[in-house]
Design a protein around this ligand. Structure first.
Ligand SMILES: Cc1cc2nc3c(=O)[nH]c(=O)nc-3n(C[C@H](O)[C@H](O)[C@H](O)COP(=O)(O)O)c2cc1C
Length: 147
């Protein structure tokens, strides 16, 4: 590995199914882990959760994003992790959050309008990525406080 490998930045998007109910306790614990770990790794992104799904966008240096993704894949709180999108980037789109949280609800007009049969497993990566951007733009970001 040469010194340049650190400068390659990537954006990754996956979808998964939660194991068991998506309680506030579970979400808070995931977010606390993300917020404790991601800043030191230069990783930013957004976690969307609801309706039994997680989608998460991770941005950062390639090796670090890959290492975190492998750890997340092995996490027993979710399963059926499917990589939907992966690209090299020069500019982050989710750079302001060590990990933003967005709640997904089928009652959400954006979710309904764009995905009447809401199923991220059959949507294209580009569609899901757009949905994440739309949810953030619609001000769906939630800040979680420790219970
Ligand atoms: C849906 C989901 C998203 C996660 N996102 C992150 C993340 O962005 N950063 C992180 O460090 N851990 C994340 N985790 C937790 C990791 O899988 C793992 O449990 C954690 O990093 C272990 O950290 P610790 O052993 O230092 O507590 C996530 C877990 C799940 C289920």
């Amino acid at each position: 590995m040469n010194a340049n490998h650190r400068s390659i930045q990537v954006r990754l998007l996956y979808v998964s199914h939660a194991v068991g109910p998506q309680t506030t306790t579970m979400t808070t614990s995931i977010l606390l882990q993300a917020q404790a770990h991601n800043p030191s790794q230069g990783i930013t992104g957004v976690l969307c959760q609801g309706q039994g799904f997680f989608f998460q966008v991770l941005e950062g240096e390639r090796g670090r994003v890959n290492t975190l993704y492998r750890r997340i894949c092995a996490d027993k709180r979710h399963q059926d992790v499917v990589l939907l999108h992966y690209e090299e980037i020069t500019k982050r789109q989710f750079g302001q959050w060590s990990m933003a949280l967005v709640h997904l609800s089928v009652d959400d007009p954006k979710v309904k309008m764009q995905h009447p049969d809401f199923d991220p497993y059959s949507a294209s990566g580009a569609q899901v990525m757009q949905q994440v951007r739309d949810l953030l733009a619609a001000g769906q970001e939630i800040s979680i406080t420790t219970p």
